[in-house]
Design a protein around this ligand. Structure first.
Ligand code: NIG
Length: 418
């Protein structure tokens, strides 16, 4: 038995509360314990409370972490990432600075398809090695669970290759990964003249192979003007549902298409992006309880101005989450801390709402709300110590990594060198 006592915390931000996603005002209720401590035993949290009470429960042999004056929070749950790919796209970053848009770059052969070309050319081992430092960076910034999508293969063989890499990564590094199949991320070059055939390939070959090999828990689709229409997305997601996969979708990112309503109709686990969602879409999400996963890092990095209407979504009672969308094009950041900063400054979320949206709500979007996302007895000991005295400093003092110690499953997996 291994015990760990995290003691002396200025604030333990527990997020203890109802066993469901947090809505409206609940997103501001973080259940903070001042002068707190957390006791973990093996992989689980066994006690959290005032330090003098929790201390008495620890065995004399417990390993101790001095969190004196610091903030202690549950690990971030980053529920939208694309971490397995080859190559980088700083050339496109420079082009955007020169005035080209994301869509113009894609029309010139850049964008998702440029990463597809490089990813297809890479071996499984190469992709595995390339992803390790990316996940390490995420961990060092406080992320302890992440969803991970395929989507840069776009052939049966290459999509399965990426999903196998995600499985190996999940087994071999510290962050828990939840795999998502995104074969409908784009129409690949060789199917440009026959997109129907590509949809057949996705629904009749890729999805059955992914499901039978149990390589993904969710299926996703990029529903967007000039990518996949609402009806095409419906076809992919409906087929995925019949094969037992949960559903997520990129919707209303660059234009309004009605994808939010589709997510509501299909009872998707999350509707992601939503920059252009309208009132009908907001109401449909609210009625269905679909979690809105907002990705403001992509808006910021693409130099756009249309952020998702976070205030409207929260005030309407839609459960809201935040994610990095970590990928080589629109959002190459591993940092949920930075995403919180952008969410507060640009979408007018309060720091407390941003914390709920980065922990407990995305945990529920991945079906993991009962085991992660808050610091409560019985939950997995995924805990991060931040080198600041108030949780609001995490988004406020932006552009730096506040995480000083990361604990995954009761084990210290990162300590910042001073
Ligand atoms: O979530 N929008 C689609 N997918 C990613 C971008 C992928 C890329 O540009 O390579 C996103 O922003």
């Amino acid at each position: 038995m291994t015990e760990l006592l995290i003691r002396g915390a200025k604030q333990v931000v527990t997020l203890a509360g109802p066993a469901r996603p947090r809505l409206k005002q609940e997103m501001r209720e973080l259940s903070i314990i001042e002068d707190g401590a957390v006791l973990t035993r093996d992989e689980q949290i066994v006690a959290v409370g005032k330090q003098n009470e929790v201390r008495n429960l620890a065995s004399p042999l417990a390993e101790q972490i001095d969190a004196g004056g610091c903030v202690v929070m549950p690990g971030f749950v980053d529920a939208h990432t694309h971490p397995v790919y080859a190559g980088t796209r700083e050339d496109e970053y420079e082009m955007r600075a020169e005035g080209y848009t994301y869509q113009q770059i894609a029309e010139r052969g850049g964008g998702i398809l440029s990463t597809v070309r490089k990813t297809r050319a890479a071996s499984e081992d190469e992709l595995f090695e390339l992803a390790i430092p990316r996940l390490r960076l995420m961990l060092e910034h406080g992320t302890t669970t992440a969803e991970a999508k395929s989507g840069y293969g776009l052939s049966v063989e290459d999509e399965l290759k990426i999903l196998r890499v995600i499985r190996r990564l999940d087994e071999s590094q510290e962050i828990d990964l939840v795999p998502t199949f995104l074969g409908a991320h784009e129409v690949p070059e060789e199917y440009r003249a026959s997109r129907e055939d590509y949809l057949d390939l996705v629904t009749k070959e890729m999805l059955p192979a992914v499901a039978s090999q149990k390589l993904a828990r969710y299926a996703d689709v990029f529903c967007e003007t000039r990518i996949f229409s609402v009806e095409e997305a419906r076809r992919v997601l409906s087929r995925a549902a019949t094969l037992g996969l949960g559903l997520r979708a990129h919707v209303e990112q660059l234009s309004l298409s009605g994808g939010a309503e589709l997510c509501a109709q299909l009872k998707a686990a999350s509707a992601d992006h939503l920059e252009w969602v309208d009132d009908d879409g907001v109401n449909a999400l609210q009625r269905s309880g679909v979690i809105a996963l907002l990705l403001p890092g992509a808006v910021f990095n693409l130099g756009l101005v249309q952020y998702a209407p976070a205030r409207k979504l929260i005030d309407a009672g839609v459960p809201v989450g935040l994610a990095t969308a970590f990928n080589p094009g629109s959002s190459p950041t591993p940092s949920m801390q930075l995403v919180m900063s952008i969410a507060c400054a640009q979408m007018k979320m309060t720091p407390a709402e941003a914390v709920s949206a980065s922990t407990i709500n995305p945990a529920y979007s991945l079906g993991l709300g009962a085991s992660i996302g808050s610091i409560e007895p019985g939950k997995r000991a995924d805990i991060v110590v931040y080198d600041c005295a108030d949780y609001r400093q995490i988004p406020y003092l932006f552009g730096v990594n506040h995480a000083s110690t990361v604990i995954k499953g009761g084990r210290v997996v990162y300590v910042r060198r001073s």
